[in-house]
Design a protein around this ligand. Structure first.
Ligand code: V55
Ligand code: FE
Length: 481
């Protein structure tokens, strides 16, 4: 019998395991109307623990992968959610208990699963080359059926994937349909190797470049422009020795510098050049673009690694203020003799789970869609100190031009921009946001007009349950089989 989950913040309140699989056909529309122009599926992927952890407590990034889908059609929305049948999930379900231990630490596993695939497929879900892939940066992609959300199996790009891992943040070139991605710890946990791939619109790997970084680090995201690729090496370092002794895979080591590796997208990697700067941390890229020899990297930058469960190597206590991520532009000048990069904060608000209009990815752009905490909108008695709003940031002016406030005791998940039509200008469309109703133990799906985030929602759709995801992506019906 499955025992109760531990009473720790990872498993409490709105984070409590959901464990549910199923479908809600035709969700309730409690406000407004769903535009028929929204025709497609919003796929999302997140982490949920099916069984109580093997070692007392755990960290949310170690949960089992859950994929969900909001399918929009003719003004209706259907919801489905399903756990990914990773090897880990299948083995644990058969045993009716956790067998795998700590985050990315194979030494902490039950001996019965030695050598088994530890992948959790819990971070992102992307559609490319006719395949829907659930991603976790520590493992290979897992292919999911786009209609039933059933697991098809691990996908190795017809044996062309030489890495043991694939990032959860591939990039897409909207003009040619390429998917650009990499594997870090590509030869196994804590190995420094990075390998970069390009896959054409049919999903065939057409380029593979191995990179030798200055040190092994946690690399959650990377940058791509029309002309360049940027690898972010930041001082969250890994150690097999530490894991063997029962410690965490990563620590924050502020004695190291940040390195940005910039190479041409059109070459063989031999022109890769490292630019250096003070220790910084980035989980997510907003967008990158090249202007001649200038390469701009816009992301949510913090002074220290922002997960409190990865300790400071030098024993400094976690400082939430320094862990705040702000939209920041880094610029590397390929004509400069200096090895430094320039840093400029675009907007001072703390934020994360940032998105753009994906049609302008890799190019000079104007808008970011940014979850943040609006202290002014929050009233007395509102228990939510997290992100209560999503704003439209003009990255050219640095101004948060407009924002949606989710209401009291409500927080927001990662938004999704959907263009009004294929020809619509950048930022002209809808913003889909899951609102966590913290005091009702359920969520709403809110559809906003991206041109008028502070106006009345276009529609509000009630979910009678919680749904929790980390990242997601919209796939128009025309793209699906
Ligand atoms: C992140 C999430 C992860 C992970 C590493 O959002 C970094 C950052 C859900 O898993 O393994
Ligand atoms: Fe991420």
């Amino acid at each position: 019998m499955t025992k109760p989950f531990p009473d720790t913040p990872t498993f409490a309140g709105f984070n409590a395991p959901i464990r549910l699989e199923g479908e809600i056909f035709d969700l309730e529309v409690v406000e407004g109307e769903i535009p028929t122009a929204l025709d497609g599926t919003w796929y999302r992927c997140g982490a949920d623990f099916y069984f109580p952890p093997l070692h007392g407590d755990d960290v949310f990034v170690n949960g089992d992968g859950v994929v969900s889908a909001f399918e929009f059609r003719d003004g209706h929305v259907d919801f489905r959610t399903r756990f990914v049948r990773t090897e880990k999930f299948v083995l644990e379900r058969a045993a009716r208990k956790a067998l795998f231990g700590a985050y990315r630490n194979p030494f902490s596993d039950d001996p019965s699963v030695a050598g088994k695939n530890r992948g959790t497929a819990n971070t992102n879900i992307v559609w490319h080359g006719g395949r829907l892939l659930a991603l976790k940066e520590a493992a290979r992609p897992v292919e999911i059926d786009p209609v039933t959300l059933e697991t098809i199996g691990d996908w190795d790009f017809d044996a062309r994937l030489t890495s043991l891992t694939m990032t959860a943040h591939p990039k897409f070139d909207p003009s040619i349909g390429e998917m650009l991605f990499y594997g870090s710890a590509a030869k196994g946990e804590t190995t420094p190797d990075i390998v970069y791939y390009a896959a054409d619109a049919d999903g065939r790997i057409t380029k593979e470049i191995w990179i030798d970084p200055p040190y092994a680090s946690m690399m959650h995201d990377f940058g791509v422009t029309k002309d360049h690729v940027i690898f972010l090496v930041m001082p969250t370092t890994s150690s097999l020795e530490r894991m063997r002794e029962g410690g965490p895979i990563y620590v924050w080591d502020e004695d190291l510098e940040t390195y940005l590796g910039v190479m041409s997208r059109h070459g063989d990697g031999s022109d890769l050049r490292w630019f250096t700067g003070p220790p910084r941390f980035v989980f997510h890229i907003l967008n990158c673009f090249s202007e001649g020899a200038l390469v701009h990297i816009d992301s949510a930058v913090s002074e220290i690694q922002s997960f409190p469960f990865f300790p400071d190597k030098n024993g400094r206590p976690f400082d939430p203020e320094r862990a705040k991520a702000r939209i920041t532009r880094w610029t590397c000048d390929l004509t400069s003799n200096s090895s430094g990069f320039v840093e400029r904060t675009i907007n001072p608000l703390g934020c994360e789970l940032i998105r753009i209009d994906d049609r302008i990815a890799l190019s000079n752009y104007t808008y970011g869609f940014i979850p943040f905490h609006d202290a002014g909108a929050r009233q007395a008695g509102d228990a939510n100190a997290g992100f209560n709003s999503v704003g439209r940031l003009n990255v050219r002016t640095g101004e948060m031009e407009d924002s949606f406030f989710a209401g009291p005791n409500a927080s927001v998940q990662e938004p999704q921009f959907v263009p009004r039509s294929a020809q619509a200008q950048e930022g002209d469309g809808y913003l889909l946001v899951i609102v966590n109703r913290l005091d009702q133990n359920r969520c709403d799906l809110v559809i906003l007009d991206a041109n008028s985030l502070s106006g009345a929602p276009v529609a509000r759709i009630k979910l009678p349950v919680r749904t929790r995801a980390i990242h997601g992506n919209w796939v128009a019906r025309a793209e699906l089989p």
